[in-house]
Design a protein around this ligand. Sequence first.
Ligand SMILES: *[C@@H]1O[C@H](CO)[C@@H](O)[C@H](O)[C@H]1NC(C)=O
Ligand SMILES: *[C@@H]1O[C@H](CO)[C@@H](O)[C@H](O)[C@H]1NC(C)=O
Ligand SMILES: *[C@@H]1O[C@H](CO)[C@@H](O)[C@H](O)[C@H]1NC(C)=O
Ligand SMILES: *[C@@H]1O[C@H](CO)[C@@H](O)[C@H](O)[C@H]1NC(C)=O
Ligand SMILES: *[C@@H]1O[C@H](CO)[C@@H](O)[C@H](O)[C@H]1NC(C)=O
Ligand SMILES: *[C@@H]1O[C@H](CO)[C@@H](O)[C@H](O)[C@H]1NC(C)=O
Ligand SMILES: *[C@@H]1O[C@H](CO)[C@@H](O)[C@H](O)[C@H]1NC(C)=O
Ligand SMILES: *[C@@H]1O[C@H](CO)[C@@H](O)[C@H](O)[C@H]1NC(C)=O
Ligand SMILES: *[C@@H]1O[C@H](CO)[C@@H](O)[C@H](O)[C@H]1NC(C)=O
Ligand SMILES: *[C@@H]1O[C@H](CO)[C@@H](O)[C@H](O)[C@H]1NC(C)=O
Ligand SMILES: *[C@@H]1O[C@H](CO)[C@@H](O)[C@H](O)[C@H]1NC(C)=O
Ligand SMILES: *[C@@H]1O[C@H](CO)[C@@H](O)[C@H](O)[C@H]1NC(C)=O
Length: 831
Amino acid sequence: MYLQDWVDESYSDCCQWQSVLCNATTSRVIAIDLLSLNIASALYLNFSLFTPFQQLESLDLSGNNIAGCVENEGLEKLSGLSNLKFLDLSHNSFNNSVLSSLAGLSSLKNLSLAYNRLEGSINIEGMTMLESLDLSGNKFNRSILSSLTALSSLRKLNLMATGFKGTFDVQELDSLSNLEELDMSDNEIDNLVVPKDYRGLRKLRFLDLSGLRIRDGSKVLHSIGSFPSLKTLYLKSNNFAKTVTTTQGLCELVHLQDLYIDRNDFIGSLPWCLANLTSLRVLHVPDNQLTGNLSSSPLMHLTSIEVLLLSNNHFQIPISLEPFFNYSKLKIFHDISYNKLQGHIPVEIGKVLPNLGFLTISFNAFNGSIPSSFGDMNSLIYLDLSNNQLTGEIPEHLAMGCFNLEYLLLSNNSLQGQLFSKKINLTKLKRLNLDGNHFIGDIPESLSNCSSLQGLYISDNDITGSIPTWMGNISFLDAIIMPDNHLEGPIPSEFCQLDYLEILDLSKNNIAGRPLNGAFSKCSYLLTLDLCNNRLNGNIPNWMGRLSQLRYLILANNNFEGEVPLRLCQLQKLRLLDLSHNNLSGQIPPCLDNTSLHHEEGYYDLIPTYRNEYDIVSYNVGPSMGEKETIDFTTKERSYTYKGQPLESIHGLDLSCNKLIGEIPSRIGELIRIHTLNFSRNNLTGTIPVTFSNLRQVESLDLSYNNLTGKIPPRLIELNALAVFSVAHNNLSGKIPERIAQFATFDEDRYEGNPFLCGPPLPKICNENRSSSEASTHDDEEDDNLIDMDSFYITFTVSSVIVILGIIGVLWVNPYWRHRWFYLVEILITS
Ligand SMILES: *[C@@H]1O[C@H](CO)[C@@H](O)[C@H](O)[C@H]1NC(C)=O
Ligand SMILES: *[C@@H]1O[C@H](CO)[C@@H](O)[C@H](O)[C@H]1NC(C)=O
Ligand SMILES: *[C@@H]1O[C@H](CO)[C@@H](O)[C@H](O)[C@H]1NC(C)=O
Ligand SMILES: *[C@@H]1O[C@H](CO)[C@@H](O)[C@H](O)[C@H]1NC(C)=O
Ligand SMILES: *[C@@H]1O[C@H](CO)[C@@H](O)[C@H](O)[C@H]1NC(C)=O
Ligand SMILES: *[C@@H]1O[C@H](CO)[C@@H](O)[C@H](O)[C@H]1NC(C)=O
Ligand SMILES: *[C@@H]1O[C@H](CO)[C@@H](O)[C@H](O)[C@H]1NC(C)=O
Ligand SMILES: *[C@@H]1O[C@H](CO)[C@@H](O)[C@H](O)[C@H]1NC(C)=O
Ligand SMILES: *[C@@H]1O[C@H](CO)[C@@H](O)[C@H](O)[C@H]1NC(C)=O
Ligand SMILES: *[C@@H]1O[C@H](CO)[C@@H](O)[C@H](O)[C@H]1NC(C)=O
Ligand SMILES: *[C@@H]1O[C@H](CO)[C@@H](O)[C@H](O)[C@H]1NC(C)=O
Ligand SMILES: *[C@@H]1O[C@H](CO)[C@@H](O)[C@H](O)[C@H]1NC(C)=O
């Protein structure tokens, strides 16, 4: 936060200042919120500064690195503020000395001292008005409980992560008869004592006992019945190993609304008495070992359930959706059955589950069409029906009615017709995955209404027509993935208005001619450009060297001619260059060692700074199963499909199947980060540079079908990562490198078609005298200065860690984040 208003003289009325709130009638200051001011060094506060605000009710100084008070100007100065009710000092560095001056603040109702440096025990007896006390994240000992007994007005107490050890006897809190919320989580409590027929804490509504060390779960579940008012109960992550779940106490909590028992290793089937919990709205049971037939389980009677999470258990799941229709209030349905659900999606689904916000039933065997009634689910945010056998069109009612939809994932079905009908009302849509279907026709203009769209995935359909220029106006687009269609050029230079565009994949289409113009060079944020398998011709344009963030450039399988432009060496961040299967001539540029094929990329030096946290969230919000972007990178010997894994690590150069001539520059041996190098099927002459023994990461090295001469450098045996190697059909001579390390695995066919090669695995025996005289060590260093140095050293904006995550996210949908998002949605929906 930056308090410009506070120093700007034009804001004389402090009621207008940021972080200051005044009473509208009296114009007196009633609240000051100075949280998280980003103060770097330890701050010592003069609390007299606040004494003029006699009407102050609320003061928030949390997260400011405050270490203490100026001498004689401590918290006691606030005791004159008789209206002060709310004080938040959390996430600072106060120690116990702050407590001595708290006693005078008798009007306080809410006090947070969370995450400071308090220790041992504390004394705050005078604060009898206190209703809410947060002491979490300090290091107290167990005598803390007795020091709280005087706080008889207390309704809310947070002792999370306070280092509390050993036995927790609830009777120690008996005097807090008004207590409604108690958080004891993340402590080292190993025994919970609740006396039989306990009558204390009758008002307790919220209890968090997660992350404790209690082993005997059945005892806890039993005694929990002593808190009849409980509405929310957390018992997560307690490793109640091997506890049978037939316990009465829990079932007595008839007012319970939210129950969290994730990660406990509960075994057995859920007890029938759970059907008594008729108020339950939220039930989390993931990561246990529960068994039983879900259709005939007590859960089916809990018809008020809105959120039901069951994953990672051993339940028998119904094969149709109908049993779940008992949950007419359901907001989240996350199928856990994988390949089990089948038949049609019931046509009435939208009417039966009108509150649904999150539905994923991907990877099942649903057939038939998408019910039009989805359009009745006005709250739907996330809809994933991908990887089923659905047919028919996308219902217009869905495209009009689900106006809150942000994620629509229909990949890998057999959907037909136009992508969308004329009418779409999906203005909040961020991600549209329609890949792997049978859609036909143009990209409809109606899609231009989806102004929030970030990712468009329509690969592997039968879409025709030209690429619409209006896509350049959907300003948040970061991924346009449309390979495997019948699209035609040109590629609109309007795409360069898309500041966030990182991936443009138009491979395997019908784009012919020279559909790129110089205006495209302004697309300086592009990370991936994949135009392979089209019918592009002409020279590779020089301006491509200006796509300064480009990491993956794939132009394979086109009709490009002319030389490999030296300007491509300006792409300092280039990791993958695939120009194979074209008609390129001339020599291999030596300067490619200016790219990231050679040097480590600065960790922070990735994308311009203005990208913010918002992006990371959106990137990582994966739809189902790592489908984001695929790059097919094929060498003769080995097809690399980089999918569902971070592309971070892939470095490659493929110039195979062209008409390149001349020698292989020895500087290619400096591309030390390269994993795959393919120069096969050209007309290269000269020797294999001895520098190739530097390519320590190379896994695939293919130089076959050229006109290379001389000896195979013996030190190539140092390439320990090498899995694929071929020099077949050249004019090499002399002794084959020793058959040790990786070279022991290469057979005769890797060397065939070189009449003068000898030694194992070839049958020909070496005549030592003759072959050694043929060895050539000629290196070519003369090309080194070919590049135009002046335009070379471009500086790039430094960015942050966020960005690298962003990139990983683009290329790789991390299941962890998917999980995170899933919970996030839930929080949004349940709150
Ligand atoms: C503003 O102050 C007046 C007079 O003290 C009081 O009656 C009123 O409740 C206050 N309003 C707020 C929003 O605090
Ligand atoms: C604390 O602030 C008060 C009020 O502005 C001022 O009078 C006093 O001198 C300050 N104390 C110190 C030690 O700076
Ligand atoms: C507590 O903090 C104050 C102010 O920073 C400091 O003077 C004092 O020595 C600290 N006391 C302890 C016990 O660390
Ligand atoms: C708890 O800490 C207080 C002082 O901070 C100390 O006097 C007391 O002995 C400690 N009690 C236990 C049980 O360690
Ligand atoms: C103060 O505490 C009460 C009781 O727990 C709570 O209802 C209220 O929301 C708190 N006020 C603030 C501003 O946090
Ligand atoms: C709870 O369920 C059990 C068995 O399912 C039943 O016998 C009992 O009467 C129920 N208790 C209440 C309070 O409904
Ligand atoms: C589960 O219970 C339902 C309803 O009682 C029944 O129709 C189904 O056959 C059961 N499934 C299995 C696998 O036992
Ligand atoms: C659905 O709930 C009703 C009670 O509301 C119950 O009678 C019925 O058996 C439940 N259906 C299933 C499949 O359990
Ligand atoms: C749909 O799936 C069901 C169940 O798997 C099957 O019986 C039915 O024949 C399928 N219908 C079509 C049209 O494929
Ligand atoms: C679609 O199916 C293909 C082939 O089975 C698979 O590789 C791909 O991951 C699927 N796409 C999605 C989004 O699940
Ligand atoms: C390679 O060069 C030879 C001789 O210059 C020529 O005949 C041949 O066509 C060339 N091959 C390729 C693939 O360009
Ligand atoms: C290989 O190169 C030699 C000379 O370097 C040339 O005479 C010969 O024609 C070339 N062979 C092919 C197949 O290009």
